[in-house]
Design a protein around this ligand. Structure first.
Ligand code: HCA
Ligand code: CU
Length: 410
């Protein structure tokens, strides 16, 4: 029997999976709304300490991101001649995703984007007094003038332009609105509102985006840092307030503790909010591992969705339940995102797990499984783990495990 691949559509309509949970989730403005993804692994991601790429890796990553379905890929051509070369090659590759050349709101950086033939630039300029005073040593008015003149220069050269109001979350709201209005007058194409130091609560991020949204009619991006672990929640809140593009990176890579992770953002938006997310979910695991290999930065086992533990079951009661029907402890099938289901055997194993192990060796004697179980318990460690391949799950069904499954779907 063919094992069906579950789509996320099926899962959100699968009552056994979602149960009554959705009753508690308020109806969101994101339901059915198309959310755009800008992946900045090649720009923000490379700012993760220890992360750097070769140019062939950069190009390979861009191809993968494009295949996975992100709307925009951000890269900075201004960092080095290698980055410039990579940006040129990625623009030339003719991907579906828009290539966004990131740099400062300076003529020189815009010239680099032009040299790459990029169609879209993203120019950042600080908006908080702290950064204006200590980082740039400019007045508020000078900051607006500079940015508008960089924007004029970019537009005069036929570029589409996003302006990032860096450190937006710490900026004076009235100044932030004034800045955004001046950019709108100068025909900016998008404005990015970053929580640069990760100080927002979800409600705060909602209010920040809403404030700007109510004052300018320009598409907004959200870019949330994870310093306190709220990057994902804050990004979603910003989208609920009307931003329509979210910045993500693979494995959440980025400066310090990084930004919202691509897999988590995509899955939460699709599964929990019912948003229109055009990402190939079944490639997420592979993409995450590709980045782990290139960066040599390990993906934590506990990482949601793509982590090694995401679909691994250990306690005896859990293993027993999963062996009957994985829906008991899994909110999606690991296959949906390209990950694998695993079982741990050792000190926390139970009767069903021990029976299962022996059955695999053709031993179907209850007293033997009791011996095995007491052996495992006296060892008291996690002895080994087993990955449940499709073939193994077929065998399991013949052996009357997974008996709670309907239609062979796991
Ligand atoms: C940076 C700052 C930035 C910009 C975000 C953006 C931030 O490292 O250049 O361009 O949308 O977090 O403010 O990453
Ligand atoms: Cu950032």
């Amino acid at each position: 029997m063919e094992l069906e691949e579950e789509s996320l559509e099926n899962i959100s309509n699968d009552f056994e999976r979602v149960g009554f949970g959705p009753l508690y989730n308020e109806n969101s403005s994101l339901k059915g709304k198309r959310i755009k993804f800008l992946d900045t692994t090649l720009r923000e991601g490379e700012q993760f300490p220890g992360c750097y790429f070769t140019n062939s890796q950069r190009i390979q990553i861009a191809w993968m991101l494009d295949f996975i379905g992100v709307d925009a890929i951000e890269i900075s051509p201004v960092i080095s001649s290698n980055h410039l070369e990579a940006c040129k090659k990625i623009v030339k590759a003719g991907l579906n995703a828009t290539i966004v050349a990131h740099g400062r709101a300076l003529k020189d950086d815009i010239d680099k984007a032009l040299e790459c033939d990029a169609e879209f630039v993203a120019l950042y300029h600080s908006a908080s007094d702290t950064q204006l005073k200590y980082k740039l040593r400019v007045t508020r008015e000078k900051a607006i003038e500079r940015t508008v003149s960089a924007l004029d220069y970019a537009k005069a050269h036929g570029l589409k332009a996003r302006i990032t109001l860096e450190d937006a979350s710490r900026a004076d709201p009235s100044y932030l609105v004034e800045f955004a209005k001046r950019l709108e007058e100068a025909h900016v194409d998008r404005i990015s509102l970053p929580d640069t130091v990760g100080i927002m609560t979800p409600k705060g991020m909602y209010n920040l985006v809403k404030t700007v949204r109510e004052n300018v009619n320009v598409p907004l991006d959200v870019h949330c840092h994870n310093d306190l672990g709220l990057a994902l929640a804050n990004s979603i809140a910003g989208l609920e307030a009307g931003a329509e593009q979210v910045h993500v990176s693979v494995n959440g890579l980025g400066e310090r503790t990084g930004i919202a992770d691509l897999s988590q953002t995509a899955l939460v938006l699709k599964l929990l909010y019912g948003a229109d997310v055009r990402i190939r979910f079944n490639m997420l695991f592979e993409l995450s591992r590709l980045l782990e290999e290139y960066t040599r930065i390990p993906v934590p086992k506990s990482m949601p969705i793509v982590g090694d533990n995401a679909y691994k079951h250990k306690a005896g009661t859990h293993v027993a339940a999963v062996l009957r029907n994985p829906k008991t402890y899994e909110l999606i099938s690991p296959k949906t995102v390209g990950n694998k289901r695993k079982l741990v055997f050792g000190g926390l194993s139970g009767k069903n797990g021990a029976e299962f192990l022996l059955k695999m060796f053709g031993i179907n004697v209850p007293s033997e499984s009791e011996k095995l179980l007491s052996g495992l318990k006296s060892l008291g460690i996690d002895l080994f783990e087993l990955e449940l391949t499709d073939e193994m799950e077929e065998i399991l069904k013949k052996e009357e495990f997974l008996s709670g499954m309907e239609g062979g779907k796991v």
